[in-house]
Write a protein of this length. Structure first.
Length: 176
């Protein structure tokens, strides 16, 4: 199996970084959820905080890497303008917009990916801030912990929907 340069970056952006993002989210969410005084001792809270910091920081870093590689490496190939009379299959945005059955993928799916997906790293970074600033207080302050969980889930949801749109758009009009 061989990948072209563009396929390598598209796979790195979507599959590699997306997989690490999913794992980091699962670890971070489990860490936040289980960080409760009725479940662990004070020593256990300290031990779990280390893993929680690692999980949330990893998710935020990977989210930033994903949107940056998507925005500045893969997306320019998607939006490249075709020369007059060119085969549109090599120009994904133009191909989608020219086909009435596929134009919605560009109109809605790529708009989500271009704009809303940026919420994922911003919100994941907010959770990292909460974890680093409040640390052990997250175990005793249920409201703060639940707020961090909700923000974390919203960050994941924005990224998951963008990833789903990315996979479906790539299926309809791949960046070759």
């Amino acid at each position: 199996m061989s990948l072209t340069f563009r396929e390598f970056w598209a796979a790195s952006h979507g599959l590699l970084l997306g997989s690490v993002f999913l794992l980091a989210f699962a670890g971070g969410l489990a860490g936040l959820y289980s960080l409760r005084p009725e479940l662990v001792t004070p020593a256990g809270i300290k031990e779990r905080l280390g893993r929680l910091k690692l999980g949330t920081i990893t998710m935020a870093v990977v989210a930033w890497l994903t949107v940056i590689t998507g925005t500045f490496i893969v997306y320019p190939w998607y939006r490249a303008a075709p020369p007059e009379g060119a085969d549109l299959t090599a120009y994904p945005r133009s191909f989608l917009k020219a086909n009435p059955n596929l134009s919605g993928w560009h109109a809605f799916g790529m708009e989500w990916k271009e704009h809303v997906a940026w919420f994922a790293p911003i919100l994941a970074t907010a959770v990292v801030y909460l974890v680093l600033k409040y640390g052990p207080d997250l175990a005793t302050n249920e409201r703060l912990r639940k707020m961090a969980i909700v923000i974390f889930i919203i960050a994941f949801s924005a990224a998951a929907i963008a990833g789903l749109f990315g996979a479906l758009i790539t299926k309809a009009a791949p960046v070759l």
